[in-house]
Design a protein around this ligand. Structure first.
Ligand SMILES: Cc1ncc(COP(=O)(O)O)c(C=O)c1O
Length: 380
């Protein structure tokens, strides 16, 4: 369990919550009333908006996980070892295995919680067929260096940017630096479609392969099945919601930055906690689009009691991220040593965080965290 069980009546302050306005509702309703529910203009419209904004041809699909599978397949990765960080969400490893490859886990840089060159080098093996760095929690992985290393070793790179729509480093948007970048639109993400994913591709020919794989191997309209494929399509309702949400992307990012700032201010100086396991990015061309707000508890033994005390006050928390290498399907997967992941993961606690979270709620969470930690530390 990485989330506390929902109490009867729900959480007073939930971990996350989508921000849906009347225009979102109207956009979905218009599709329903129009009657074309699949493979239509709403999908084309979203892809136009996302491709223009990202500066890369991008293809919608049913989820971030599906997007990773499509990107791997389109790049010809069907075996070998794919290096990805152990600190993250299990979907990345599942996608690697789904295409017939083996995840090979690397550690993360303690400053960014993302894989750096040092960790990538330490994990390398002769069987590496691809690399999937993850922009964890909206922090950009060092893509320029990773791309140089991977190019020298002739392996493709897929940037898992599911948590980083809107983040950028040195003016390069997350999800646009690698051969393919993948985004996800689950309701806890920066923008949502309920479920959904997007693959931003380095060129039109890769985008065409992704599109074909996502649509039963079709190379055009009708019954022209020229390749293998899946049904990883998305509905028109989801795409319409996505376009409507994208309209507010900058507002969401700003609201989240503001909320994160309030947390950082409030938690600063609280004994027993480090509120900044990953940095606030400063400087021109750098932007962190916060996905979640995570604190590091000084002593891992305090983490679960703290979560319980917050739950008793109606505040939902998340115990993430556990190391993917510790889950049963991957406990025998090849791995580099993971000292940073092993040290940080059991100390991580996600606090309530979403675009609509009021600052008074943030203050309340901070004060319950402070009081609870004092009690836990006193009780020993
Ligand atoms: C880093 C990362 N990769 C992949 C995924 C999978 O995305 P989805 O849930 O849309 O399949 C997620 C979703 O939470 C994620 O956080």
């Amino acid at each position: 369990m990485t989330k506390s069980a929902t109490p009867p009546g729900g959480w007073r302050i939930p971990l996350s919550s989508p921000s849906i306005d009347s225009q979102d509702v109207a956009a979905v309703e218009a599709v329903l009333v129009g009657g074309r529910l699949a493979s239509g203009p709403a999908i084309e419209q979203f892809e136009t908006v996302s491709s223009e904004s990202l500066g890369r041809p991008s293809v919608l699909c049913s989820s971030g996980t599906a997007g990773l599978v499509l990107a791997l397949r389109a790049l010809g990765v069907t075996g070998g070892e794919v290096i990805t960080p152990a600190l993250g969400f299990i979907a990345t490893a599942h996608a690697i295995r789904a295409v017939g490859a083996t995840p090979r886990f690397c550690d993360v840089d303690p400053q960014t919680l993302c894989v750096g060159i040092e960790q990538l080098e330490a994990a390398w093996s002769p069987d590496v067929s691809a690399v999937i760095p993850v922009d964890l929690l909206g922090v950009p992985a060092p893509m320029t260096d990773i791309m140089t290393l991977a190019a020298g070793r002739d392996v493709p790179v897929i940037e898992d940017a599911c948590e980083a729509l809107g983040s950028s480093m040195d003016g390069v948007a997350c999800g646009t630096a690698a051969d393919a970048g993948v985004f996800g639109f689950y309701p806890n993400k920066i923008i949502t479609m309920g479920e959904g994913g997007l693959v931003a591709c380095r060129d039109e020919s890769l985008a065409a392969r992704v599109r074909q794989l996502a649509n039963q191997g079709r190379s055009g309209a009708g019954f022209c099945f020229d390749g293998e494929g899946y049904n990883f399509r998305i509905t028109e309702m989801q795409a319409a919601l996505g376009t409507s949400q994208w309209r507010r992307l900058d507002d969401f990012i700003e609201a989240r930055q503001h909320i994160a700032g309030r947390y950082l201010e409030g938690l600063q100086g609280l004994a027993g906690i480090d509120p900044t396991p990953a940095p606030v990015l400063a400087g021109p061309g750098n932007r962190r689009s916060w996905f979640a707000f995570i604190v590091l508890v000084e002593d891992s033994a305090w983490r679960d009691p703290l979560s319980h005390k917050l739950a008793a006050a109606g505040i939902e928390t998340g115990l993430y991220f556990p190391s993917i290498a510790d889950f049963r399907p991957y406990d025998e997967a090849p791995s580099a040593p993971l000292p940073v992941t092993s040290e940080l993961s059991p100390r991580m606690l996600a606090l309530p965080f979403h675009s609509g979270l009021g600052l008074d709620r943030v203050d309340e969470v901070v004060s319950v965290v402070g009081e609870s930690l004092d009690q836990i530390r006193t009780d020993g």
